[in-house]
Design a protein around this ligand. Structure first.
Ligand SMILES: *Cc1c(COP(=O)(O)O)cnc(C)c1O
Length: 419
């Protein structure tokens, strides 16, 4: 199907029926009188708002078989998404991201599958959340969006907002990989580096938003990025024949994806699309920045700021998360766990999986592989488990090991060396 046909299909799908959103609900107090169709940030309690749908009406409106028959990427889950009209849909050619079973890099008989999110526009799963957030901002009449980012979120925001004709201002830590800063700029945002971490950048957005009239698109500070990210759960269920895997390893920064998938599983069960089985949700962090793992180990419901956060898996260098309790709840309810991996182990896994299987994971994705290895050794997962590892971005955006094999074309060549 050509892109233009697919685009028309998506637009028609959204124009054919209005969204099924009923209201929004505070994720910590349960206060549920936040109205659809209005601009929202955090709840009055300062926590994320969750979008609620009329699931009975959705049940009468569509079947999972009809959804399966639709072409395209995450926009196909129309009934479970908040956008109202086709005009707001902002699509840069999303695809259903592939599931790739690992072969040589795992022992025989193991069922370890990579969901490769690097195939999405701007090369990361941030396209899901930001595609949705931008569409909703457009629908709600917001014109100038701002956000802090470690790189990928800013790139996705810039691309989708430019396509939607909206303005963006983006702040990132000054050690963010240069490729990210440049792609954000090149895709139409006004980008600044800041001598601080992502939470320092977030503070700048927070303090400037009143004066500038910015829509704050920070992780979980508007309600719609979760809705985009939850499509990972919908897509995974569809791809696995509406059966849940046993374990999902998720590289956890702000946790949008983990929280979103957990929400999607609940919605799908209520719709009768899946049963009550849930995968164990595993929150993976790096040892140099593991606030969620520490809170999990300490039995806490919230995760305090992590000092001197360090990891070159930039997407999970998030020292504090406003949705901490939602991540921890999902992990615990699922019977999963939180696990921190060593920096060296991340890059060792990245290199091994790429060399042996030709699958180039980003460091955050490699962290999930490292976590699986650790969990296997400790007995937290077993050989019989069907395991999903999230490769959340293309490995191509990250620095790679040097190579130095040179051949002088003017000298005699010893072909024996190529054995
Ligand atoms: C944003 C990001 C993450 C973390 O995702 P959350 O859902 O916010 O926890 C992990 N890896 C990469 C590459 C990212 O860009």
């Amino acid at each position: 199907m050509t892109n233009s046909v697919e685009y028309k299909f998506t637009k028609d799908l959204y124009d054919a029926k209005a969204s099924f959103v009923t209201n929004l609900e505070c994720s910590i107090t349960g206060k549920d009188d936040y109205k659809a169709g209005e601009i929202h940030g955090l709840s009055e309690a300062g926590r994320p708002l969750l979008v609620r749908y009329d699931l009975d009406a959705i049940k009468n409106s569509v079947t999972k078989e009809e959804i399966e028959a639709r072409p395209g990427g995450f926009w196909k889950y129309r009934e479970l998404l908040p956008v109202n009209t086709g005009d707001a849909v902002t699509s840069l050619g999303e695809v259903m991201t592939p599931l790739i079973p690992l072969k040589a890099s795992v022992p025989d008989g193991y069922d370890i599958i990579v969901k490769d999110e690097g195939r999405l526009p701007t090369g990361s799963f941030k396209a899901r959340g930001l595609g949705m957030a931008v569409a909703m901002a457009k629908e709600l009449g917001q014109t100038h969006l701002a956000m802090p980012t470690n790189g990928n979120a800013g790139a996705a925001l810039a691309a989708y907002a430019s396509y939607a004709g909206l303005k963006t201002t983006v702040f990132c830590p000054d050690d963010t990989p240069i490729v990210n800063i440049r792609e954000i700029e090149l895709q139409g945002a006004d980008v600044y580096t800041v001598n601080g971490l992502i939470n320092d950048c977030g503070k700048i957005v927070f303090e400037g938003k009143e004066e500038m009239g910015w829509a704050d698109i920070s992780t979980l500070k508007e309600p719609y990025r979760i809705e985009g990210k939850k499509t990972m759960g919908l897509e995974l269920a569809e791809q696995l024949g509406w059966e849940m895997p046993d374990v999902i390893f998720y590289p956890t920064g702000g946790g949008t994806g983990l929280i979103g998938m957990w929400k999607a599983f609940d919605e799908m069960e209520k719709l009768g699309w899946i049963g009550s089985k849930r995968p164990k949700m595993v929150a993976v962090q790096a040892e140099g920045c593991a606030p969620i793992v520490k809170a999990y180990d300490d039995g806490e419901e919230h995760a305090p700021l992590w000092d001197d956060a360090f990891t070159e898996a930039w997407g999970i260098r998030v020292p504090v998360a406003v949705g901490d309790f939602l991540i921890l709840r999902a992990v615990r309810e699922s019977g999963g766990f939180a696990i921190a991996v060593k920096e060296d182990h991340i890059f060792d896994c990245r290199d091994r999986v790429a060399k042996q299987d030709g699958v180039l994971l980003c460091p955050e994705g490699a962290a999930t592989f490292a976590a699986w290895e650790m969990a296997l050794e400790s007995g937290q997962v077993s050989k019989d488990d069907k395991v999903i590892l999230f490769n959340c971005a293309t490995g191509l955006k990250y620095p790679m090991p040097e190579t130095d094999q040179f051949l002088d074309k003017n000298e005699p060549i010893d072909y024996g060396q190529f054995k």
